[in-house]
Design a protein around this ligand. Structure first.
Ligand code: NAP
Length: 244
C-alpha cells in the first residue's frame, strides 16, 4: 500500500492499520521526518516492511520518484491512498492572496491528479500493471463549501470528487477500482494549520453524532475500500462524517 501524507493524521492511522492487516507500506511525508520515523517504526513493530519517502505531491519529479521507490523497495502498489492535503488560515475568499490560492490548488488538486496519474500508469492492466484500488481522500467540505473558513479548500475537494468519478470510469475495465472517502471533522493537526486547533469543539454541535471523528475511523473505511469485500465498489464517494 502506498500512502501520501502517511506521517501524521489520517495517513498515519491508515499506515499502521494497514501494517497490522498484513500490507507492506510505502508512505510519503514532506516536512516532518521525525513523525515519519515514528510511523515507520510502528509499522515495522506490526510486522510490515515500511518505507518512508520525502515527496511533495505538488512536484511532479517527487511524485514519480515516490512511485519509483515504492516499486523498487517493495513492489508496484496494489493500493494507492491519495491522502496528502493542506488548508490555509481561516478567512473569507475575498481576503485570500493569489499565493495562498495557488498553494492550496497545487497541493490538493494538481498534486492529487499527478498522484492519480502515476497510479493509473502503473496499476492499470492495459498498461502492464496488475490492477488494484485507488482511494482518494476528499472532504465533506466539498458538499458544504466551508464558508468563512476555507472556500478554496472546499473547492479543491470538489475537484477530487470529480476526478474520482471520471477516473473510476476510465479504469473500470483496467482492473483498478477508484473510490473516495469524505471525512468530516477528524481529530488531527490540520485544524491548527487553519488557525483553530480546537475547531472540532466549536463545530461539534453541527454534527448529528455530536463529536468529531478519529483518524482510525477514516482508516477503517479506507481499508475496507482497499480490500476484496469492496470488490464491486468503484466510483463511490463515501462520507465518514458522523451524519454531517
Ligand atoms: P494532517 O494531520 O495535517 O497531516 C497531513 C499529512 O500530509 C502529513 O503527513 C504531511 O506531511 C502531509 N503533507 C502535507 N503537505 C504535503 C505535500 N505538499 N506533499 C506531500 N505530503 C504533504 O492532515 P489530516 O487531517 O490527516 O488530513 C489528511 C487528508 O484528509 C487531507 O487530504 C485532508 O484534506 C483530509 N481531510 C481531513 C479532515 C480532518 O478534519 N482532519 C477532514 C476532511 C478531509 P508532514 O508530516 O511531513 O508535514
Amino acid at each position: 500500500m502506498l500512502i501520501t501524507g502517511g506521517s501524521r493524521g489520517i495517513g498515519a492511522a491508515c499506515a499502521t492499520q494497514a501494517a497490522g492487516a498484513g500490507y507492506d507500506i510505502c508512505f510519503s511525508y514532506v516536512s516532518n521526518p521525525g513523525a515519519a520515523d515514528l510511523v515507520k517504526a510502528r509499522c515495522e513493530s506490526l510486522g510490515a516492511t515500511a518505507v518512508a519517502v520525502k515527496a511533495d505531491v505538488s512536484v511532479e519529479a517527487d511524485v514519480i520518484n515516490l512511485f519509483d521507490v515504492c516499486t523498487s523497495e517493495l513492489r508496484t502498489p496494489a493500493v494507492f491512498v491519495n491522502n496528502a492535503g493542506v488548508l490555509g488560515q481561516q478567512g473569507q475568499l475575498a481576503d485570500f492572496t493569489a499565493e495562498r490560492l495557488a498553494w492550496v490548488v497545487n497541493v490538493n488538486v494538481t498534486g492529487a491528479l499527478l498522484c492519480m496519474r502515476e497510479a493509473a500508469r502503473r496499476m492499470s492492466t492495459d498498461r502492464g500493471g496488475a490492477g488494484g484500488s485507488i482511494i482518494n481522500v476528499s472532504s465533506k467540505a466539498s458538499t458544504l463549501g466551508s464558508p468563512f473558513e476555507y472556500v478554496d479548500y472546499a473547492a479543491t475537494k470538489g475537484a477530487v470528487d470529480s476526478a474520482t468519478i471520471g477516473l473510476a470510469k476510465e479504469l473500470g475495465a483496467a482492473g483498478v477500482r477508484v473510490n473516495c472517502v469524505r471525512p468530516g471533522p477528524i481529530h488531527t493537526d490540520i485544524h491548527a494549520s487553519g488557525g483553530e486547533p480546537d475547531r472540532i469543539a466549536r463545530v461539534s454541535k453541527g454534527i448529528p453524532m455530536g463529536r468529531g471523528g478519529e483518524p482510525e475511523e477514516v482508516a477503517n473505511m479506507i481499508l475496507w475500500l482497499a480490500g476484496t469485500e469492496a470488490s464491486y465498489v468503484s466510483g463511490a464517494l463515501i462520507d465518514v462524517a458522523g451524519g454531517r
